[in-house]
Ligand binder design. Sequence first.
Ligand SMILES: NC(=O)c1ccc[n+]([C@@H]2O[C@H](COP(=O)([O-])OP(=O)(O)OC[C@H]3O[C@@H](n4cnc5c(N)ncnc54)[C@H](O)[C@@H]3O)[C@@H](O)[C@H]2O)c1
Length: 426
Amino acid sequence: MRMAVDRRTHSLALTVLVHGGSARCTGGGTSAEAIGWTEAGVHRPFTPWRPAEIIIVDPCPALQMAASATVREPGGEGRDRPGPGGPHHRVAVMTWLITGGAGYIGAHVVRAMTAAGERVVVLDDLSAGFPERLPAGVPLVRGSVLDRDVVDRTLAEHRVTGVVHLAAKKQVGESVEQPLMYYRHNVHGLTVLLEAVVAAGVRSFLFSSSAAVYGVPDTGSVPESAACRPINPYGETKLTGEWLVRAAGKAHGLSTACLRYFNVAGAAAPELADVGVFNIIPMFFDRITRQEAPRIFGADYPTPDGTCIRDYIHVADLADAHLAVARRLAGQDGGGDLTVNIGRGVGVSVRELASLVGEITGRRVDPVVEPRRPGDPATAVASVELIGKELGWSASHGVRDMVASAWAGWLARHPEAASHRSSPKL
Ligand SMILES: NC(=O)c1ccc[n+]([C@@H]2O[C@H](COP(=O)([O-])OP(=O)(O)OC[C@H]3O[C@@H](n4cnc5c(N)ncnc54)[C@H](O)[C@@H]3O)[C@@H](O)[C@H]2O)c1
C-alpha cells in the first residue's frame, strides 16, 4: 500500500494491493471504501493482484492529519493489515521484480532499492549472475524470463507490483556472432515477460536500454531525440525492446521507463564488481595483470588528444537513478513513458582514462595504439538535461571513484595483480 498527496488537488491517493476483498481508508475525517479499482476512470471489481486506488479528496488541513487504512483480504478475519500514517507516510512498499538482479548492474539496483526500503524479488537464470551478490533475505527465483510459468508464479507468489527488467545478453561481439540467441533472450524474453506482467495487472515497468540504440550518433552530446540507428544486433534488440515496452505500456495502461545507460563502470563494493572483460576499464586491468601494455584503438580521431571520448557513469549512481525512476512510476497513474539517458554528461578520453588507471593502480601505463575499430564514434556523451528536469537526478561519483572501486573489485578476484607492481613490458 502506498500513500501519496497531490498538492494541487489536495487529494490523498492510496494505492493498495488487494487479493480480492475490499479496502477501507479513513483520513482527516473522511472515509472511503473501495470495492474495486479504477483504471482510466472506469470502476472495476477487484481481481487478484490488482492494485486498488482510493482517492480521498479533502481540504488542505486533512493533509496534516493522520490517515489510516485497512486492507481486508477475502476470508480475512485476522488478516486485516492496518496502516497508520500521515500524508507522506508510506504505509507499505511496492514489491519489485528485478530480473537479472544477480548480475553486475542488477545487484547494485537490488542493493539500492532494498537499502531505500523497497521490497524486491529477483528472477535470474544465473547464466551470468551470482547469488552471493544479493543481500541476505532477498528472495531469488532461479529461472528464465523465457519461461512463462516461472514468471507467472513469481509475479503471483510475491505479489509483484512493479518490474525492473535487466536480464539480457549484453556483449556486442557475441551478438554479431549469435544474433538469434540475442533476439531470443532480449526480445522474445521481454515479450514473454510483458505478457505475464499485463496478465498479472502489474502497473510499473522499467527497462534497461543502452546508448547502443543510437549507433554512431551525429552529435557529441546525445539527446534522447537523436536518431536511433543501432549498428549491431545487441543495439537492435535494445531498440526493439524499447518499442515493445512503450507499445505494451500504451495499450495496457502500464507506466514505463526506458533507461539508456552510457558507459557503466565501478562498483559499490568489491564483491559487486563486474567480472567480465568487455569494457575498457577491465580491459586495461586485464592487460596490466598479464604484464602487457593496454591497447588504445585509434589515436587519430578529431578529439583534443586524438582518442575516443565517452561518458562514464558509476554503477552506484545508475542504481540510484533506477530507484528514482521506480518511485516516479509507482507514484503515477497508469500510462506514460519516460525514456532517458543515464550518464554524467561529461566526456573522458581513452588517454585520460589510461593515465588515471596508471595513477590508481600504481603502474606505468604506456598504451599501444592499434587501428580504429569499425563503428566506434569519436565522441559519445549523454545529454543529461531530460533526467535532470524530470527527476532532479544527477550523478554524484566521478571517474576517479569508478576506476578506484573497479580496481578494488579486480584485485579481490585477481590477487596476483597486486604483486605485479612493475612490468618490463609496460
Ligand atoms: N554493463 C553495461 O555497461 C551496460 C550498458 C548498457 C546497458 N546494459 C544493460 O543492463 C542490463 C544488465 O547488464 P549487466 O552489465 O548487469 O549484465 P550481466 O550479464 O552482469 O547481468 C545480466 C543478468 O541477467 C541474467 N540473465 C541473462 N539472461 C537471462 C534470462 N533469459 N532470464 C533470466 N536471467 C537472465 C544473467 O544471469 C545476469 O545475472 C542488461 O540488460 C544490459 O543490456 C548494460
